[in-house]
Design a protein around this ligand. Sequence first.
Ligand code: SF4
Length: 414
Amino acid sequence: MAETRQPDITRDVVVSGMRPTGALHLGHYHGVVRHWIELQQKHTCYFFVADWHALTTNYNEVESIAQDSWNMVVDWLALGVNPEKACLFIQSHIQEHAELHVLLSMLTPLSWLERMPSYKDQQIRLKDKDLSTYGFLGYPLLMSADVLVYGAHWVPVGEDQLAHLELSRELARRFNDIYGRSEEDNKQARRALKKLESQEIRQRWEELVHRYRQQGAPEIYEQAQNLLTRQKNLSPEQRQLLFTTLSGSGRAILQPPQGIVNKAAKMPGLDGQKMSKSYGNTISLREPIPAVEKKLRSMPTDPARVRRNDPGEPQKCPVWSLHKIYSNEATLSWVDEGCRSAEIGCIDCKGPLISAIKSELSTIQGAIDDWSSQADVVQKIIDRGNEQAREAAQATIKEVRRAMGLRTNARQIT
Ligand code: SF4
């Protein structure tokens, strides 16, 4: 392993993290880590253990965070995340995430956080947790800080995280608009404002800008855009300048990231829903193989197949969903035809699937054992990743502090 490896600054930056809230399962592997392994080939990747995020929903369950964080890094390495290609680190070791979170909180309208779909959904879904905390309300803001602090160009997202990505983008634009405009830009904008048709229109424009900054609602953005379009006295440059006041396109101090949606099929769990610890339908990476086999043998099938000779419908069967991940075309046709014609029974059908999953898990568990026996090497990978991440994050924080007027060196003041 090389001693030092600097990120390639000519490549796009990808940032992604995972909460250490228990054992990784096959859903993490197929749904997230396989995507990371592809991304690390082409991009400068920062993959982190999101231990602060674990506290946002479980602040009173801290006993296993350190062990889960360690196991998570070991599991990533065992699955093929390559520390020579990606920077692996622990979020709470990089205090710049927290600093950017605090600084962004100064300009984040409360309504932007309150309208996050996850805020209400999780309060309904996780009734046994105390989610009436600022940490929980503010976790999407912390997520924004996590990616903005590295100038991420790309963030791998599932469809349920698009709202969080959009928040990061809006925050970056808002920050750039407030702190990234020169005095000359502001002077020109004031001149352009005077060209609006009447005092009443000017007031209306200012009210829309103010409301958009408070609420960020798309309909306000549209109303403001329409108002500017109707102004005949503005030159195209002036219209554009005023428009940037709204859209936040001052000098880009913070980079608005784009999402990369993972096209791979979602990994189904043992009941056909998405594999997730909260549904109790997972196969953990470290689970003993005989226990996994038992789970697979007893997993539900198409309820229409009550007797061996009842024909079935694969689309209604969770076993079929797993076959689509693990089986080749020939096996898929064998299952599809055999199920519909009742030529095969469900026990026959599960056979190749059980073999494929057992073989995958046994390779993964071998690699986990291997990495677990090299604790010093894993620790060095984490230390080096922390150092590298800190260096990258400090460069952004320096700019942010400067832009927000936070200077400690008296010589910088003049
Ligand atoms: S034969 Fe296979 S696909 Fe059909 S119901 Fe049984 S387990 Fe499901």
